[in-house]
Design a protein around this ligand. Structure first.
Ligand code: SF4
Length: 547
């Protein structure tokens, strides 16, 4: 019998890596590869599975080795899972007594409960060792009898990512698993110290993974049933393979090769999206960036988002925190991505920018918030679209300038007002532009079941879809948009079964509302569209109704 190792996924969220379900981080796959290489039989469990069933502790107790991956350095709100807290991590460490227990991932940088609090670096009690640096390399070193410390080395991790790719079939959401793909680590803006709050400069100047290494991993994942990929593990996808300098010009030829190779390795993939994109790269190298964006759009799937770390629209805060882009550069980058990616395919725009704001940075004043609002208003009035605006408070980590120098707690009221302003004044009109009523969303995967069920498409920052019906968790539907919330849409399953639809769902149909629900129910069953239109009138949903 081979020795048994468990990978316990406490989930990760970093500026350049997401591993909260349905995402599975590269760490899990490379660690699995190392363990298989050391002849362990490898099992995978998530922190949510453990929360639901405490029996899992007994299962872990009987294993030979437990490796936990955890840590959140950019706090978010999640639908698919809840990252492990420090208390939970330490409880697991103390309750599981049998095997050797190792822990790795961004938890090594420190821990805070939420944004707006300092992340404190601390000893994680209950574990035998912290895997310092790159978890896969550290664990390989440890299993070879050396210190559990590792520097990223793509020549080693590329091999392990292929060997460990089969771990995805054990994910509770499989086959609806989004494989976060790594293309680079480290940030060129780190040449001048990097943005004051960011942990990515800890990884040093960029190291790029080879196209061959990425494509081989995609092929291995695909062979195990992976169909959803996000090229998200890098600070700036447009800088892939670019030369030296703080803001190197994109290499469209390399991006063309990269995305074409992914498509060749996974011919029937269903999702291929991107994530972080540096607006300064686009503004400073417009021609190369347009070519690079076109290359991505040729191979990706629509509904994609280029996330811009804008952080603030206050030039003084940009300067005080060595941020990467001035507001004018971000505005120009928004316009360029709209021009290149605004066309619709499969009912949604190809590629839109998303904006991230970070509040509580050094130099912030009440005026900063007014400038943020004015900036977003200008984007809206210019007819430009952003897919989503993410606002958070900084979580300063030891070793970053923001740890000692920030304005947390100084403008709480204004921070809340800014959030409220964006939700009510910016988000709604943007959602109306991206998802007009009648938009059919393909493959909405139900993640929360109830009288109001919630689902999302697989993708980068997918829109939250509320469906006023009890739907089975993990089922997949086509859904048509009938209304908008602040940060979500309301939708009904397609075809719309008008003769059996519940009253709570009928009221969302265009032309019905609360007043005509009783009339529709009284006249059911309708035999023809004409019969129905006599009560409800015509609507753009008519072709989607079923009688
Ligand atoms: S540009 Fe700034 S925020 Fe982005 S990865 Fe580099 S240091 Fe971090």
């Amino acid at each position: 019998m081979p020795a048994e190792a468990y990978i316990l996924d406490g989930y990760v969220d970093e500026p350049t890596c997401l591993g909260v379900p349905p995402y599975i981080s590269p760490y899990i796959r490379t660690v699995a590869g190392v363990l298989i290489g050391h002849e362990f039989s490898v099992r995978y469990l998530t922190i949510d599975q453990l929360r639901k069933d405490q029996h899992v502790i007994t299962v872990l107790d009987r294993a030979d080795l437990v490796v936990m991956i955890a840590g959140v350095t950019v706090p978010g709100k999640y639908l698919g899972g809840k990252p492990a807290t420090l208390t939970e991590i330490q409880q697991i460490g103390h309750m599981v007594r049998g095997p050797k227990k190792l822990i790795g991932g961004p938890i090594g940088f420190g821990y805070a409960k939420e944004g707006g609090q300092r992340a404190i670096r601390q000893v994680i009690s209950g574990f035998d060792a912290l895997l310092a640096g790159e978890p896969a390399v550290a664990i390989d070193n440890y299993l070879n009898g050396n210190e559990p410390v590792g520097m990223l080395d793509y020549s080693r991790t590329d091999t392990w990512s292929g060997i460990g790719s089969g771990i995805i079939v054990q994910h509770p959401d499989y086959p609806y698993v989004m494989c976060e793909l790594e293309t680079a680590r480290g940030c060129s803006h780190g040449a001048t110290g990097g943005c004051s709050f960011c942990t990515e400069p800890f990884y040093g100047m960029p190291k790029y993974r080879s196209i061959e290494g990425i494509a081989n991993e995609v092929a291995a994942l695909y062979a195990h049933g992976a169909r959803h990929f996000r090229v998200g593990r890098q600070p700036d996808i447009l800088a892939y393979g670019a030369g030296i300098g703080e803001y190197p010009a994109p290499r469209p030829d390399l991006l063309e090769d990269l995305f074409a190779s992914i498509r060749t390795a996974a011919p029937a993939l269903k999702t291929l999206h991107i994530d972080n994109t540096n607006p300064a790269t686009i503004a400073r190298h417009e021609h190369e960036s347009r070519e690079a964006l076109r290359a991505i759009i040729r191979y990706h799937t629509p509904g994609d988002v280029a996330a811009f770390g804008m952080e603030t629209a206050d030039p003084d805060v940009v300067a005080a925190n060595n941020l990467k882009a001035q507001p004018e550069e971000v505005f120009r980058a928004i316009a360029i991505v709209n021009e290149e990616g605004g066309k619709r395919r499969d009912n949604v725009p190809e590629l839109l920018p998303g904006l991230n704001f970070v509040c509580g940075l050094a130099g912030e004043t009440e005026m900063t918030y007014a400038l943020n609002e004015q900036f977003l208003n200008r984007v809206l009035k210019a007819g430009l679209t952003v897919r989503r605006v993410n606002i958070r408070q900084v979580m300063p980590f030891e070793g970053t300038p923001a740890y000692m120098n920030n304005t947390l707690g100084k403008h709480e009221r204004r921070f809340r007002q800014f959030k409220e302003y964006v939700r009510s004044t910016i988000d709604l009109p943007m959602l109306r532009r991206v998802y007009p009523i009648g938009t059919v969303l393909h493959d909405v995967h139900i993640e929360v079941s109830g009288n109001l069920s919630f689902g999302r498409q697989m993708g980068s920052y997918p829109i939250l879809v509320g469906i006023p019906l009890k739907l089975e968790k993990r089922s997949t539907i086509e859904a048509v948009v009938v209304d908008w919330g602040m940060r979500s849409v309301t939708a009904l399953p397609v075809p719309v079964e008008i003769n059996t639809l519940s009253a709570t769902a009928i009221k969302w149909l265009p032309g019905i509302g609360k007043h005509k629900v009783a009339a529709v129910i009284a006249k059911r069953p309708f035999k023809t569209l004409k019969d129905y239109q006599n009560i409800a009138g015509n609507s753009m949903l008519d072709p989607l109704l079923k009688f």
